[in-house]
Design a protein around this ligand. Structure first.
Ligand code: WTA
Length: 662
């Protein structure tokens, strides 16, 4: 753990948050009323250059931009923002706060086990740690533009490492520490990363996971990796690969204490984050420096209506985009206090979130519907035993929040006094796109609400016609670029172009379906492509099928999503095995266990199928296309209404599938 005297002092409470004067902000940068919102929105559409120039003004720029917006948004997908500007995002997250907020808490870290001590880092301490970490990276040979993959527990060193990469101009790519060795190898190889940062192990609830061992297994297949930097967290013995692996606590002894930030171009990539799409292989979403910075900060402050003394907690892991934009960058850019939690909502019991809220007087709480639903299933006492008095704003992200979960959250957590912001966005959008601004714009259960300034959502027909008026449903697309828009997919711009910008020229295509209600509020219905959202995590059905097909018993598979009480969507896999296999129940149980093992090895536990049905055939058209519509209906239990099945090659297969439904 961090053991600097300053860190210890702050841990003992010597350096607690002192209110500092809020930094001067431009008028459009902060929306404080419904009128402000309408005015900002109008200006963002009518004169986007002037609008964003004003929003970007208060940041620290080494050199100002020549042009606010550039590039061809669609169909080329080559947007640029603040071209010509020079900056470093960490000077905006850290250095510029030192004068007024040096002693303010930047990060509060709460460990997995409530019996362990929490840790607090002020802005000055965080700055010092980031400088030292940057020097360690330098000494290892990391240079501007190098890709660094991080596979880490949720500990302060993860935040510090991410910022250190950004400080020296290296491109970070965080891999969620629940992915398997194979999944790590795929990402490291795609990013052609020469450096990996990891830890000896991690805590997740009652379990401990040897992450370094997983990394070692992955790196057997990653020729590009030259150095692995290992953080000591659990104190476990690990195998150190000679010449490749080094301990952080050893390296830091030689590291200098100050580190001048590298000067970056506005459009230099800041990070790569892998996410699943409708094809089999996850893609590396690339975000730029300046545009992402402005977007993360602007959306964070306005959606959550952050005030100087807030204690803000986003429960997402830094391995996902929410952890990037709203645990790290957004809060630190805004000079806020951000809480980082190592554990899980249900350990040691289902009151853990609420205990942490009370313990640290959390004022803004941002989590995922799946977490709310899992806590709803526990006895209500788990939440009622805590006061939750400090809470002021609640947020939801990652998947549609059903009304039941919305009301439970609003009533039992927010005590009917905290606005709930249901924030719709994507890894590719960099930050929140459609959401209520807490207490300012309308918040309606199960509705994300109105678009943020700069965001122009439209509903399209399948053919790409804009659907006018309210009370309508369609494909959700976005007209005109915003600063946080994805810049490319790493190493393959054509993929980004094809995926997001080419389907409907003139628009960014989200892959989501949405409804605009009678008042113009948006409700996100769910994916319209072959992507399923399991506990707020995206998987391509093709990606899971590819994994299942690696199992030697498997001939072919088809994966669909189905409604799941806690996860939102569950994974239902129809699998054809080699002839003769799976004829008895014992054999089928064995096959299912083996298939699950394969998926866990290929992707990770998070992609484990909930239901596997061994079938002798799949419903296919005469041209060989799998009729997923039928498979989805069967998985959903709607077997009476399968629609036209006469075009199938072998209609009988449907009867067998219905009979064997799980
Ligand atoms: C879904 C997470 C409904 C949506 C930030 C989107 C949501 C995908 C919401 C992106 C929401 C995210 N309401 N659906 N508030 N937020 N989604 O890239 O399907 O992990 O396309 O980004 O999650 O997931 P991603």
């Amino acid at each position: 753990m961090l053991t600097t005297p300053a860190a210890r002092a702050s841990e003992n409470g010597a350096l607690t948050a002192k209110p500092s004067p809020p930094a001067a902000v431009a008028s459009h940068a902060r929306i404080r009323s419904l009128e402000d919102y309408h005015e900002a929105y109008r200006k963002s559409v009518e004169d986007p250059d002037a609008f964003w120039a004003e929003v970007a003004e208060p940041f620290t720029w080494r050199r100002k931009w020549n042009k606010v917006r550039g590039g061809a948004f669609s169909p080329e997908g080559s947007s640029t923002w603040f071209e010509g500007a020079k900056l470093n995002i960490t000077e905006n997250c850290l250095d510029r706060h030192l004068a007024a907020r040096g002693n303010k808490l930047a990060i509060i870290w709460e460990p997995n086990d409530p019996k362990e001590r929490h840790l607090r880092l002020t802005y000055r301490e965080l700055y010092n740690e980031v400088c030292k970490f940057s020097n360690v990276l330098h000494n290892l040979g990391v240079e501007k533009g190098d890709r660094v993959c991080l596979y880490m527990p949720m500990i302060p060193q993860l935040a510090i490492a991410v910022l250190a990469c950004a400080r020296i101009g290296a491109i970070h790519s965080v891999i969620f520490a629940g992915f398997s060795a194979t999944a790590i190898a795929d990402r490291v190889n795609d990013a052609e990363a020469a450096f990996v940062i990891t830890a000896d192990g991690l805590n997740r609830g009652a379990k401990q996971i040897p992450v370094k061992r997983v990394v070692d297994e992955a790196l057997e297949h990653c020729p590009s990796v030259r150095k692995v930097l290992v953080i000591e967290h659990l104190g476990w013995p690990v195998h150190m690969h000679e010449g490749r692996d080094v301990w952080y606590h050893e390296e830091v002894k030689e590291a200098g204490k100050t580190c001048t930030a590298e000067e970056m171009d506005a459009e230099d990539p800041l990070f790569i984050l892998y996410t699943s799409g409708s094809t089999g292989k996850p893609k590396g979403v690339v975000h730029s420096t300046a545009g992402y910075m402005v977007w993360a900060d602007y959306t964070f402050r306005n959606v959550f209506q952050v005030e100087e003394n807030d204690v803000y907690w986003c429960t997402a892991d830094v391995g996902w985009v929410t952890g990037h934009s709203y645990l790290l960058y957004g809060p630190l850019l805004a000079g806020a206090t951000t809480l980082m939690f190592e554990g899980v909502p249900t350990y040691p019991d289902a009151g853990r979130f609420w205990q942490v809220c009370d313990k640290h007087s959390v004022t803004i709480f941002y989590t995922a519907p799946t977490a709310i639903r899992s806590l709803m299933a526990a006895p209500l006492d788990n939440v009622l035993s805590y006061s939750l008095d400090s809470l002021r704003v609640l947020g939801s992200v990652g998947e549609p929040i059903n009304e039941e979960a919305w009301y439970w959250y609003y009533q039992h957590v927010g005590k009917e006094r905290c606005p709930v912001v249901d924030t719709w966005w994507q890894t590719e959008t960099g930050g929140i796109m459609v959401s209520a601004l807490a207490g300012i714009t309308p918040s309606k259960p199960a509705h994300a609400g109105l678009p943020l300034p700069g965001v122009q959502p439209v509903l399209l027909t399948q053919e790409g016609q804009e659907i006018e008026g309210n009370d309508q449903e369609g494909y959700l697309a976005l007209k005109a670029a915003w600063p946080g828009v994805i810049r490319t997919t790493y190493g393959d711009h054509e993929r980004a172009r094809q995926m997001y910008f080419a389907p409907y020229p003139g628009y960014y295509f989200t892959g989501d379906g949405a409804r605009r209600d009678e008042n113009g509020l948006y409700r996100i219905i769910g994916r319209v492509d072959d992507v399923i959202n399991v506990s707020g995590h995206r998987f391509g059905t093709a990606e899971i099928e590819n994994a299942i097909n690696q199992n030697p018993h498997v001939v072919e598979s088809a994966v669909v999503g189905y409604p799941h009480d806690v996860k939102g969507q569950g994974i239902y896999a129809y699998v054809i095995c080699h002839q003769g296999e799976g004829s008895t129940e014992a054999e089928r149980n064995h096959l299912e266990a083996s298939i699950i093992e394969t998926v866990v090895a290929e992707i990770g536990k998070i992609a484990k199928p909930d239901k596997i049905q061994i079938v002798s055939g799949l419903p296919k058209t005469r041209s060989g296309k799998i009729m997923r519509r039928i498979l989805r209906k069967v998985a959903e239990g709607e077997t009476g209404n399968l629609g036209d099945t006469t075009t199938l090659l072998d209609p009988q297969v449907v009867d067998e599938i219905i009979a064997g439904r799980k």
